[in-house]
Ligand binder design. Structure first.
Ligand SMILES: Nc1nc2c(ncn2[C@@H]2O[C@H](COP(=O)(O)OP(=O)(O)OP(=O)(O)O)[C@@H](O)[C@H]2O)c(=O)[nH]1
Ligand SMILES: [Mg+2]
Length: 305
């Protein structure tokens, strides 16, 4: 039986041939396994690749000082946000319109083989977006657990022009593992999408659902704002007595943080000697606040020792 492999399988195979270390070889094999269709014609090849994979993993573990291979994405910016979903829903397209990244986008499934990172600017902060291989991809199944665990937010992407029920089953599976999550219904420009978006919103009580079209650039500003809101962070600015506030770099804290939390974020020693703070915002003009006073987004804070 012929294997009938799609052209991008051979791109991954090429990566394997040119890989110079076991980590890269393992990644390339995962990519090949993910692309390969499941049928009798590919059984033998699948078996061979799995044997190769087992050998490489052993080799890696034997290397002196080598840790067991696990995939993690180094965090940058104020938060790490994952783009997750079934094949071809538009995850990479969304990354390309929200960030500086230029991922590969194509009309076939499993275009993305390894995570692609981009930075999204929201007002004065940078948020890291990680575009992942499709959920049914071998790579994703193996590494998703640790990535979901460390990320601040999961964006579950759905193609609104397709059957939303099968998407929702996948989402229900992941939802409990993520710290925070929201649903992004993409391809709002297509015929069935508007109706499906309404149905999706009804199904997902308590979860924020955003309808967008990455292709036609619809709903992107609202999506950015919702991503920021879902992160539940605040930005505060510090000032020294009789000086202007420093609006350059905000101090980023979790919602609900207090004066003492902000002081600790700036410097541990500094927090120890803290006596009180003064706060400027829309409601107060230099109001004296204790260590346990809760801060709000946009507060200007002056510490007194
Ligand atoms: N009509 C329409 N097409 C879109 C939209 N967003 C993405 N597409 C198309 O959908 C196809 C898949 O897009 P990708 O961004 O590669 O999808 P993906 O989810 O990253 O796919 P995999 O990496 O294979 O899992 C491409 O042909 C895109 O041009 C959209 O908003 N509207
Ligand atoms: Mg992709």
């Amino acid at each position: 039986m012929p294997a009938n492999l799609p052209p991008h399988y051979f791109t991954a195979e090429k990566k394997l041939r040119f890989a110079t270390n076991p980590q890269d070889k393992i990644l390339a094999i995962h990519e090949m396994l993910g692309i390969m269709p499941h049928h009798k014609g590919t059984d033998r090849l699948r078996g061979d690749l799995r044997t190769k994979l087992a050998k490489l993993n052993k080799e890696l573990q034997k290397k002196k000082g080598a840790r067991i291979f696990s995939y993690s994405v180094k965090k940058e910016g104020v938060a790490q946000v994952l783009l997750i979903g079934l094949p071809n829903v538009g995850k990479s397209k969304i990354l390309s319109v929200l960030s500086n990244a230029e991922p590969e986008i194509a009309s076939y499934a499993f275009t993305t083989g390894t995570p692609v990172i981009g930075m999204m600017k929201f007002e004065n902060v940078q948020i890291q977006l990680v575009d992942l291989p499709a959920l049914t991809h071998e790579f994703t199944k193996r590494w998703l657990g640790s990535l979901i665990y460390s990320a601040e937010l999961l964006l579950f992407v759905i193609d609104l022009n397709s059957d939303i029920n099968s998407n929702m089953e996948e989402f229900e599976d992941l939802r409990g593992k993520a710290r925070k999550s929201m649903i992004v219904g993409n391809k709002l420009d297509l015929p069935k999408s508007k109706k499906n978006l309404i149905a999706l919103k009804e199904k997902s009580e308590g979860i924020s659902v955003m309808g967008i079209s990455a292709e036609k650039l619809i709903g992107l500003e609202d999506l950015k704002t919702q991503i920021y809101k879902s992160l539940e962070i605040i930005r505060v600015y510090t000032k020294e007595p009789r000086k202007q506030p420093d609006f350059g770099e905000p101090v980023v804290l979790n919602c609900g943080s207090t004066v003492i939390n902000a002081a600790r974020e700036i410097h541990k020693d500094f927090a120890g000697g803290l006596n009180y703070a003064r706060i400027w915002n829309k409601k107060s003009n230099g109001l004296r606040a204790g260590k346990e006073h809760k801060l709000e987004d946009g507060d200007i804070i002056e510490f007194h020792i």
